[in-house]
Design a protein around this ligand. Structure first.
Ligand code: PLP
Length: 429
């Protein structure tokens, strides 16, 4: 305790004069929880260190990618070795095949895959291909799901857009937004009505199979199955946006955990091991539409970048070792139980949800099953909890509407320390 944050504060003031809001992605700014963002000097394993010399057990993990923890030696070596051979060629490399091979083996619904530079690019491109394949324009998305910041996918988006109270962005032409229909997550009746009425105009349904961008909203029994059946019946493509859930809900993502085969899948975050990467893929006949095999244009100067690909391959190889997911599940279950107990003992009214190594503790008296119920959370209480945790050396996302993440580097003592800190923090509320 008695931490000071002076250097972070100074840097933030300088950053504000040069960068909008002082940050290069909105939620980093701590707007929802008060105070100034921490400027990070380095990370190692499960910990990050700020420029004032404070250390924290990190449950943000770069918003999901760092499932192997910060600066994992195998990932760092892969990056170094790749960089020494040159940072980019704009020509194909063998590494791209290796990463594509890993992705298609681990995600059998993906028969062909295209690498891009971010999750935003992945979803934006997947939708372009889906529209071309279905020869229809409409897209259905769910309230509180975030699929990156492409025009047309920002309506009722979760994540920072919700945190900052701007879920539908100005600057998006109405004619784009018109093509996006939003429906409540976990409500089969609403989506069924929309599709039965308008299916002729609808190309695809895109969904976060576990909604990590409103915290951690689990699909109710039968919801994803229902989506699969309904879309198949009407020639609508089902796109799983597994940018966050991929390698987190399970090694094979939510599609493996819930045993559903989507037509297309978007990946990102973990598959780049902390370096910018995204990917989209799906059935061969769909992906064959992508240029140069087909007419749907999508390109990228740095796509399939050798450094990013090397970091991704190193990460997926670590995750593929025997026992890794069993150990992650054991850690995550331990943390879940500890945090539930802590809340109970402290008399805090919270609801805890988890899918693999994604979780969220809502300051909410009622079950959270969709965007509206998530929004009823007590964000003031969350803000206090966040600050109290920070003071105790635990760094969680500075928003009620974001998931927490675990890595292989989160050892038992760190989890115990976190549970203790959470109990103390909850008592201060
Ligand atoms: C993070 C995220 C994205 C966007 O990925 P970026 O790399 O930030 O562009 C898209 N979809 C989901 C589900 C995400 O969690």
């Amino acid at each position: 305790m008695n931490r000071t944050y002076e250097k972070s504060k100074e840097l933030f003031e300088r950053a504000n004069t040069l960068i909008p809001g002082g940050v290069n992605s909105p939620v980093r700014a701590f707007k929802a929880v008060g105070g100034n963002p921490l400027f990070i000097s380095h990370g190692l394993g499960a910990k990050i260190y700020d420029v004032d010399g404070n250390e924290y057990v990190d449950y943000v993990l770069s918003w999901g990618p760092l499932i192997c923890g910060h600066a994992h030696p195998a990932v760092v070596n892969a990056i170094k070795e790749a960089a020494e051979r040159g940072t980019s060629y704009g020509a194909p490399t063998a590494g791209e095949i290796e990463l594509a091979q890993l992705i298609t083996e681990i995600y059998p619904s993906i028969e062909k895959v295209r690498l891009v530079n971010s999750g935003t690019e992945a979803t934006m491109s997947a939708i372009r291909v889906a529209r071309a394949f279905a020869k229809r324009d409409g897209v259905i998305k769910f309230e509180g799901c975030y699929h990156g910041h492409a025009d047309g996918l920002l309506s009722k988006a979760g994540s920072g857009a919700t945190t900052l109270g701007i879920p539908t962005s100005p600057g998006v032409p109405a004619s784009y937004a018109e093509k996006t229909i939003t429906a409540p997550f976990n409500n089969m009746e609403v989506i069924k009505n929309i599709i039965e009425k308008d299916w002729k105009d609808i190309a695809c349904v895109i969904v976060e199979p576990v909604v990590g961008n409103s915290g951690c909203v689990l699909p109710l029994a039968g919801f994803l199955e229902g989506l699969r059946d309904l879309t198949a019946r009407y020639g609508i493509l089902l796109i799983f946006d597994e940018v966050m859930t991929g390698f987190r809900v399970a090694y094979g993502g939510a599609q493996a955990a819930f045993k559903i085969s989507p037509d297309m899948t978007c990946l990102g975050k973990v598959i780049g091991g902390g370096v910018p990467v995204g990917a989209y893929g799906g059935k061969k006949d769909i992906m064959s539409l992508v240029a140069p095999e087909g007419p749907v244009y999508q390109a990228g100067t740095l796509s399939g970048n050798p450094i990013a690909v090397a970091a991704g391959i190193a990460t997926l190889k670590i995750l593929g070792e025997a026992g890794v997911y069993e150990s992650l599940e054991e850690k995550a279950a331990f943390l879940e139980e500890g945090l539930r107990d802590a809340a109970k003992k402290a008399g805090a009214k919270t609801k805890f949800y988890r899918a693999g190594t994604m979780f969220c503790q809502y300051f909410n008296e009622n079950e959270v099953i969709d965007y509206d119920t998530a929004l009823k959370s007590d964000t003031k209480a969350f803000g206090k909890f966040f600050r109290a945790l920070l003071e105790r050396g635990v760094y969680i996302a500075p928003s009620q509407f974001e998931a927490g993440f675990l890595s292989i580097a989160h050892t038992r003592p760190k989890l115990e320390k976190t549970i203790e800190a959470a109990y103390d923090a909850l008592k201060t509320l």
